[in-house]
Design a protein around this ligand. Structure first.
Ligand SMILES: [Zn+2]
Length: 511
């Protein structure tokens, strides 16, 4: 029978309220081990972040496994063990070499198979993916509002957020100032600064300091389609349901003036990869430029280059042509991709995991439900004792509070288990869809915009150094890419056996 070391961790800077305290983790693991008849040899705890390698107690756990003092580790969730690829890799290496035979987590299902290890390597970094995904979910909530035509953010100038209806209402006074500003600007020959000063004179200022509104904000106000009933959010348009006080005609005239002012400085060219990377040498933004080469025979050719803006400090970086950037991004995205022929396999694995995950959370919920009933009984008994005057009032109060605390904790656990049960698989599903799409985009021609979007899906913090692009890959994609892009090729039997246990696959799916 395997012996397990229990590892509990919570760093002091971990603000996440969902993470249990070390004491609570110990209690949970004890309970879990008892239920599953697991032998825990010792508890090792640590109050350090797992984002960087170099935790002493974690190293001790690995050393003990290495020495054969135990064959398994039990922890609340994979993210307690590792949140960086170095430590995650160490755990997986011990599994590969057979020193570590099992991992157990009350909140995560793991099986020591190639597929299980793959899922685990993703879970080690899931926290980051989860955080990325959370902000995506917030955006999704906003999208619901937007579809109803409601503005999910701070009201533009001339409007006020109505705290009661949560709608955006016309500000009876400032709307007149905004309208006048539009009219003045439409007449032409007015700078953004003049408009800002005009607005300032009539009570429109920066809330933070009371100074006139900044020029770029005035520019944004004058070209904000909100004033003609269109909501633009995260680069998508929605039809607004708010009242408008600027006519479409006036807005059109204003746009003509705005363009007039901006035209000399902007080429109006929409560069696909601008804003994607920063300079690897100095950290300044990378900007795009267009050069037109004219030939003697009257023809011309357009070249697009990306270069460091060099606005921070002196920098020696040179231009990088757009097609070079494109090829590199295709490689980055392609390596993070899954060949479409993998889809049925993943479908199968996820379906299997779904069942296991469901069964897992169901037993967990059942156990919690029983605990809940038990406490209710205790509470009743306590009350009876108190009413029968067998229990002292002081004892009654204290005991009652204790039981109430326990009851609350269990309710929290129930909420967590019923919530987190499926969220993991949902994330997995989203990841697989993106990875399948990445493959297609990496092969497509002249789809620079899609490529740029996918590049941001699989990575962030791109830096350009000596014409070489380097991203921070987001975790699940990093796991795919670490295989050297093997998954972006069609599955063959060698790749499949690496990813999955053979008995799970029907022969018909091979080849
Ligand atoms: Zn630079």
């Amino acid at each position: 029978m395997n012996k397990y070391i229990a590892y509990c961790r919570k760093s002091t800077d971990e603000k996440d309220k969902q993470v249990l305290s070390i004491e609570a983790q110990i209690a949970e693991l004890k309970e879990f081990a008892k239920r599953d008849h697991l032998e825990i040899t010792e508890f090792i705890t640590e109050a350090k972040t797992a984002k960087m390698p170099g935790r002493e107690q974690f190293a001790l756990v690995l050393k003990k496994i290495e020495k054969g003092e135990a064959q398994g580790i039990i922890s609340w969730h994979p993210d307690r063990l590792a949140r960086n690829s170095v430590d995650g890799g160490k755990v997986i290496y011990l599994l590969d070499t057979g020193k570590l035979l099992d991992l157990k987590f009350p909140s995560f299902w793991f099986e020591n198979t190639p597929q299980g290890k793959f899922m685990l390597s993703i879970a080690f970094g899931q926290s980051k993916y989860y955080v990325d995904n959370l902000s995506e979910n917030v955006k999704r909530g906003n999208r619901q509002k937007l579809r109803r035509g409601e503005w999910p953010s701070k009201a533009p100038y001339g409007y006020i957020n109505n705290p009661k209806t949560r709608a955006v209402d016309v500000d009876p006074e400032l709307s007149k100032v905004v309208k006048k500003a539009f009219q003045l600007f439409a007449e032409g020959n007015k700078s953004f600064t003049e408009i800002s000063n005009f607005c300032f004179r009539f009570g429109m200022n920066r809330e933070s300091c009371g100074k006139p509104i900044k020029v770029d904000q005035i520019k944004r106000m004058l070209s904000n389609k909100f004033y003609v009933g269109i909501l633009k959010y995260a680069n998508e348009y929605y039809e607004g349901s708010h009242k408008c006080f600027i006519s479409k005609q006036l807005f059109k005239e204003v746009q003509k003036q705005v363009e007039k002012i901006l035209r000399p400085r902007q080429h109006g060219h929409d560069f696909a990869f601008s804003g994607l990377a920063t300079c690897g040498e100095c950290g300044a933004a990378i900007t795009a430029e267009q050069h037109i080469k004219k030939y003697k025979n009257g023809t011309s050719q357009t070249f697009i280059y990306y270069r460091c803006t060099k606005k921070l400090k002196p920098c020696l970086q040179k231009y990088a042509p757009e097609d070079e950037i494109e090829q590199q991004l295709k490689k980055v995205v392609g390596d993070c991709g899954l060949h479409q022929d993998w889809e049925p396999y993943f479908e199968k694995w996820m379906a299997a995991d779904e069942l296991k995950d469901q069964a897992n959370s169901e037993t967990e919920l059942q156990r919690l439900g029983e605990n809940q009933k038990e406490i209710e009984t205790k509470l009743n008994r306590l009350l009876d004792g108190y009413l029968d005057q067998v229990v002292e009032p002081e004892v009654y109060k204290q005991k009652k509070n204790e039981l109430f605390d326990e009851k609350l904790k269990i309710a929290e656990q129930i909420a967590r288990v019923s919530k987190s049960g499926s969220s993991w698989l949902e994330l997995m599903r989203e990841f697989v869809i993106s990875a399948l799409q990445a493959q297609k985009i990496a092969r497509a021609k002249n789809e620079c915009h899609d490529l740029a979007i996918m590049a941001k899906t699989v990575g962030s913090n791109y830096s350009l150094f000596n014409r070489h692009l380097r991203p921070d890959l987001k975790y699940p994609f990093a796991a795919l890419s670490a295989e050297g892009g093997a998954a972006s090729a069609a599955p063959n039997s060698a790749a499949i056996s690496k990813m999955v246990t053979p008995p799970g696959i029907e022969p018909g799916l091979q080849g």
